[in-house]
Design a binder for this molecule. Structure first.
Ligand code: OGA
Ligand code: MN
Length: 289
């Protein structure tokens, strides 16, 4: 079995074959996968059934410490008993499809806005990994936008205008935009975080726009002016030429780099069909030199 990484025709994304993620511990293979992430920003693995422990174990081996302060964790108990395994599904603890007005449903439908995981935390998310357990018979895809290509495509003046800007990210903000309210106690746990608008990736030196639905304002700029700039950049970055769209199959495993991509779920009839994915996200802590 030889590891092979086949680039998609899109600007980002590649399919990996010749590897079994369950129990993977070979440092050389893990390093090849990290290099694949640096190049392609999204890696797709087919036919990788992983149970919860196997997914958690792989995520830690791949990139270290896991993110567990998710917004869903603030809303209620995790049905897997581990906050580092996020329930990306429309199913409740009783195994039934969530009611239309369920708070978890109302909050997770906001995954349909372009975002990057845990940008409202510090450290934010680095790699996110989704395993597909139940996939509906209708299209319920995920789109990814390449924020390096989007940065590269800006004019020289456009790039210069972004130098040194810092952005405040808050999940309370992105949910409020959608009409979802956290209680004061919940908000207390979700204070938000500041990150640079343009990031330079340590291993590749490439620059990338760091945006998300959670991006509420630009530090030191009048709020409407900053929001308009963020909106314009987001519109620019999500043009078709920067997008890979993933059509899920059962037992797919997809890894993306939150530093260099945005993503969003596409709508489907979630009151009728079950869709059950499980996510692990690592923290964007400093990398060994
Ligand atoms: C996520 C997410 C999108 C989807 O898991 O972080 O945004 O299509 N998922 O479920
Ligand atoms: Mn997400």
């Amino acid at each position: 079995m030889t590891l092979h990484i086949q680039k998609f025709p899109t600007v980002l994304g590649a399919e990996v074959t010749g590897v079994t993620l369950r129990g993977l511990a070979d440092p050389a293979v893990l390093a090849q996968l990290r290099a694949g992430m640096d190049e392609h920003a999204v890696l797709v693995f087919r036919d990788q059934p992983l149970d919860n422990d196997e997914q958690l174990q792989f995520a830690e081996r791949f990139d270290g410490t896991l993110h567990s302060k998710t917004s869903v964790a603030v809303l209620g108990k995790n049905r897997f008993g581990n906050e580092a395994l996020t329930d990306i599904s429309n199913v409740g603890a009783d195994g039934e499809i969530l009611a239309a007005d369920d708070r978890r449903r109302m909050s997770t439908v906001s995954n349909r806005l372009w975002h990057t995981d845990a940008s409202f935390e510090n450290p934010a998310g680095r790699y996110s990994m989704l395993s597909a357990h139940v996939v509906p018979p209708v299209s319920a895809d995920t789109e990814f936008a390449d924020m390096r290509a989007a940065y590269d495509a800006l004019s020289a003046e456009g790039k210069a205008a972004l130098e040194g800007l810092q952005v405040f990210h808050s999940i309370a903000y992105s949910r409020e935009v959608m009409g979802f309210e956290f209680s004061p106690e919940e908000k207390e746990k979700l204070k938000g975080a500041v990150h640079p608008l343009v990031r330079t990736l340590p291993r590749t030196g490439r620059r990338s726009l760091y945006l998300a639905s959670h991006a509420a304002h630009i530090v030191g700029m009048p709020v409407p002016e900053g929001r308009l700039l963020l909106r314009d950049l987001s519109e620019h970055a999500t043009q078709p030429q920067f997008i890979y769209r993933h059509a899920w199959r059962e037992h797919d495993f997809v890894i993306w780099d939150n530093r260099t991509t945005m993503h969003r779920a596409r709508p489907f009839d979630d009151k009728k069909y079950r869709r059950e994915l499980r996510r692990t996200t690592t923290l964007d802590l400093p990398l060994p030199a």
